[in-house]
Ligand binder design. Structure first.
Ligand SMILES: [Zn+2]
Length: 462
């Protein structure tokens, strides 16, 4: 015990007393990696992602991973890291991906109470930029690859670690892997640490676990009305601003059709059981019969739920005219849409064009990627449920469809079903991802270490 304790202390480097003494060697290693990766300033523009990828690559080499199975794939100032944990192929199944991203949202140290790029353990929390999003996932997946290698574990299929390098900004690294390095990342499905996860209630009791199977597509459109304009003292009936207003009122009055999937129905069934009042009642009725229009109407009027029942489009920006004494020559609104999985972006554009009529033009901004929902695979559901329940026995597991757009979207679009299955349990009131003083509970971090270990053993196992 004394030896373990000492090696743990040595491995960790900087530790505060009273904490390290209880760490196992695996926990100490996971903490060491966490501290190292938090210290790389992997914000956009800093060029630190490849430096961090090299640090991790060295860890894998030291642990005995062959160099040809460790790939740093550069892209501009950033990079991806792909590490193949080679199996014996006995299962004859395609690999499974284990995902996170190495970049973080920019943090301004002057705004933080503690240095965002130093892992600080205090009051039962790990503080630092990326502790929650998602360097915890980076450190825990990496630590488990090292641990399994040390235990001479040989999976029956390949396990492939995929860490992207710009999820918070361009999402170009995951697209580069999908489009140009498919051989490195081809898989039966992907498990993403950057999605899903558990909630602890304010009394500290684990409450619910969300397993993310789908993400809505994020797409913005510009609606523009043009007009020859003229002097404002000579008004005419046609006016770009009035006509844009008319067009927007048409969009306001329109409701996209109600949609559902096995994920959203399972979500409403589970949430309905735990939600009181009219909303809970509507959830239960919708889960039983998604053609129940009255139930859909109640959910439509509930901001937190409407997005799970249909595509939504809402104006978010407005500009028009060029002088206060001139008739406007153009007026433009930006309309932001969250598109239900399985619906093409172009089809939403056509619907908008049909609504606004001939006087307004509709143009999509950029090149948004759409993806289908991943099917609720029974093997993924069962493995995640068991691994969550090994931490917290009675927690309810609920499939969820997020309204965001993470790396998982591009894998789903490429035909690799992707599941957000973070093992982190955290209170809503502690959740500061992308914000100030980002943190995770220390206990949740070490619990999640074993959570991933169980999943890797199970999916790589016999
Ligand atoms: Zn993230």
């Amino acid at each position: 015990m004394r030896t373990i304790l000492l090696s743990a202390l040595l491995a960790v480097g900087v530790v505060t007393s009273g904490q390290a003494s209880e760490l196992t060697p695996d926990q100490a290693k996971a903490r060491e990696i966490f501290a190292r990766v938090i210290a790389f300033k992997t914000e956009i523009g800093q060029g630190q992602v490849p430096v961090m990828a090299h640090y991790l690559a060295d860890e894998f080499k030291t642990a005995g991973f062959p160099a040809e199975d460790i790939h740093i794939v550069p892209l501009g100032e950033t990079a991806s890291l792909v590490v193949r944990y080679r199996g014996d192929g006995r299962s004859h199944k395609k690999p499974i991906l284990w995902m996170a991203h190495m970049d973080v949202v920019t943090a301004k140290p002057e705004d933080w109470q503690r240095d965002p790029f130093t892992l600080i353990e205090q009051d039962g929390y790990f503080f630092g930029r990326g502790t929650q999003d998602i360097k915890s996932g980076v450190a825990l997946i990496a630590a488990n690859f090292l641990r399994l290698k040390r235990e001479h574990f040989v999976p029956h299929r390949d396990l492939v670690l995929v860490f992207s390098g710009d999820e918070e900004t361009q999402e170009a690294t995951i697209q580069d892997l999908v489009n140009h390095h498919r051989d490195l990342i081809d898989a039966e499905f992907a498990l993403n640490s950057d999605g899903g996860g558990g909630t602890i209630d304010e009394t500290g009791k684990p409450k619910i676990y969300g397993l993310q199977t789908a993400e809505k597509t994020y797409a913005s459109f510009e609606i523009t009305v043009r007009n020859p304009g003229g002097h404002s003292s000579l008004p005419r009936a046609d006016n770009a601003i009035y006509e844009l207003a008319d067009a927007l009122k048409k969009i306001q009055a329109y409701r996209f059709p109600v949609m559902w999937s096995d994920t959203t129905l399972a979500y409403f069934k589970a949430s309905g059981a735990a939600t009181p009042g009219a909303v809970g009642d509507a959830m239960r009725r919708f889960a039983a019969n998604p053609r129940d229009e009255a139930a859909a109407d109640v959910l439509n009027a509930t901001p937190a739920e409407v997005g799970k029942t249909r595509t939504t489009c809402i104006p978010t920006l407005l500009r028009g005219g060029h002088a206060d004494n001139a008739l406007p020559q153009s007026a433009t609104a930006t309309v932001n849409c969250r598109i239900f999985p399985g619906v093409a972006v172009a089809d939403v554009g056509k619907t908008l064009a049909g609504l606004v009529g001939d006087k307004a033009e509709v143009k999509v901004i950029g090149d948004p990627a759409a993806s289908d929902a991943s099917p609720l695979r029974p093997d993924v559901m069962a493995a995640v449920t068991d691994s969550v329940h090994a931490m917290h026995a009675d927690v309810q597991i609920v499939p969820v469809q997020d309204s965001g757009a993470s790396d998982g979207l591009y894998l789903r679009a490429a035909g690799i079903p992707t599941y957000g299955v973070s093992g982190m349990f955290i209170k809503d009131s502690d959740s500061f991802l992308h914000g100030l003083n980002e943190r995770v509970p220390v206990q949740s971090y070490y619990d999640e270490l074993d959570y991933w270990y169980r999943l890797m053993k199970r999916f790589g196992g016999r």
